[in-house]
Design a protein around this ligand. Structure first.
Ligand SMILES: Nc1ncnc2c1ncn2[C@@H]1O[C@H](COP(=O)(O)OP(=O)(O)OP(=O)(O)O)[C@@H](O)[C@H]1O
Ligand SMILES: [Mg+2]
Length: 393
């Protein structure tokens, strides 16, 4: 008898099958999102929060928070940690809300994986993050929520109605995910209509069409008091959506894999995006781009390959603002992905603690660089600098 897709996936998935099962058996309207079940030992919480055992015990008692016994020790959930963190250190709203778009013309270069890992890392560092999925493939939506996006969501649940000018409400589209501190505006295939309709739709004047390129930027600025960072995952290739996301961002990060085709495609994308932005600035000189930082990232890197090392050097020469740490392709990232999780969601190593440690070290180095950018953006009074002068020049 022919095996069903679920059977095949069940036998090929070596680890947890629950996510695969949940995704494939989902029915429209059934929305059971992934829970975040990981807990932390007291010593780890002390380290995470930069506090002392005495202060942790005192704040826990003040807030009536009780860690639960996991095996032989008491451990805190992320939700409890976030509440304690807020009590110890009141969050300071950023002066400028960092809005980060991860974009590239090349498909499959790790945009979504990087964006989701970055969002989760920021949440673990105590940031309130809104993740906006603008890619109709909706990979980020399925990773973060463990749903089949095309079954779980309608275009009306996504950013699409806003992009098409039908609905100004974006806040109510944000889903509180299982990971305390991370909200997500989901996407789904049907939302692809927003790309062309979002610009050409029912606008009847060219001024309105030009204005549409800036509406996302204007709307996102209003999230300043609710979130510390906004992260946007975008579809590959230059789309109207990507141009609007670029204009809405003050930091754009583009992963580039170390291969000739990826480098060629990236330079093509860069030039095209730049041309579009320049044309828009000519049409609307009174508008500002406000993109402060343009960064590149060597993705899918394997340091053992001479060709990767050579191409990485070429990427760094071509784009001097490339992050020093490559986003390496690592076994532990693939392994946890098979569980429908990220490394941050898993409590322990899938294969070996050495591979987990290697991945966590790489992620720490890389995200320290990104967080430095985010911190300096947050402190800026005004990001009304021109991308074309500041970062593309
Ligand atoms: N650092 C990594 N280590 C291991 N596997 C990775 C890593 N980064 C990405 N991958 C895997 O590579 C594949 C492509 O990654 P991803 O979906 O993030 O790319 P993308 O650029 O978002 O693709 P698209 O253009 O289709 O949106 C996925 O299967 C992902 O799990
Ligand atoms: Mg993607």
């Amino acid at each position: 008898m022919k095996k069903s897709l679920l059977d095949t996936l069940n036998t090929t998935s070596r680890h947890s099958r629950s996510t695969v099962e949940a995704v494939l058996s989902a029915r429209r309207g059934e929305r059971q999102y992934k829970e975040f079940t990981r807990t932390w030992k007291i010593n780890a919480v002390i380290q995470m929060l930069g506090t002392t055992a005495t202060e942790l015990a005192r704040v826990s008692s003040d807030l009536d928070i009780h860690p639960t016994k996991v095996r032989y020790q008491f451990e805190y959930s992320l939700d409890q940690i976030q509440r304690i963190r807020r009590q110890i250190k009141k969050p300071q709203p950023p002066k400028t809300l960092p809005v980060i778009s991860v974009m590239s013309g090349k498909g499959g270069c790790s945009k979504t994986t990087f964006a989701v890992y970055l969002a989760q890392k920021l949440v673990l560092e105590g940031k309130r993050v809104l993740f906006i999925d603008t890619d109709p493939q909706a990979s980020a939506t399925s990773i973060v929520l463990a749903v089949n996006p095309d079954i779980a969501f309608e275009p009306d649940d996504t950013i699409a109605p806003f992009m098409m000018g039908h609905d100004d409400d974006l806040a109510s589209k944000a889903i509180v995910t299982g990971m305390s501190g991370l909200d997500l505006i989901p996407c789904c295939q049907g939302a692809s209509i927003m790309d062309l309709q979002g610009i050409a739709g029912d606008s009847n004047s060219s001024a309105e069409v030009v204005n549409r390129f800036w509406t996302l930027r204007e709307r996102l600025a209003e999230f300043k008091d609710q979130y510390d960072v906004l992260i946007i995952d975008t579809p590959p290739t230059v789309t109207f959506t990507n141009i609007r996301c670029a204009i809405a961002s003050n930091l754009i990060i583009s992963p580039i894999a170390p291969s000739m085709t990826d480098i060629c495609s990236s330079t093509g994308y860069e030039n095209t995006l730049r041309d579009y932005l320049e044309s828009l600035m000519e049409i609307a000189p009174e508008k500002s781009l406000g993109i402060y930082e343009r960064r590149f990232l060597i993705s899918q890197y394997d340091h053992r390959l001479q060709s990767h090392r050579n191409f990485a050097e070429l990427i760094r020469k071509t784009y001097p603002t490339t992050y020093a740490t490559p986003f390496s392709n690592l076994a532990e990232i693939s392994n946890t992905n098979e569980n429908g999780n990220t490394i941050y969601e898993e409590r322990t190593a899938i294969n070996s603690s050495a591979t987990r440690k290697k991945a966590l070290t790489m992620l720490d180095f890389l995200f320290n660089e990104v967080i430095e950018d985010i911190e300096s953006l947050s402190k800026m009074e005004n990001t009304e600098k021109e991308l074309l002068e500041v970062s593309y020049g």
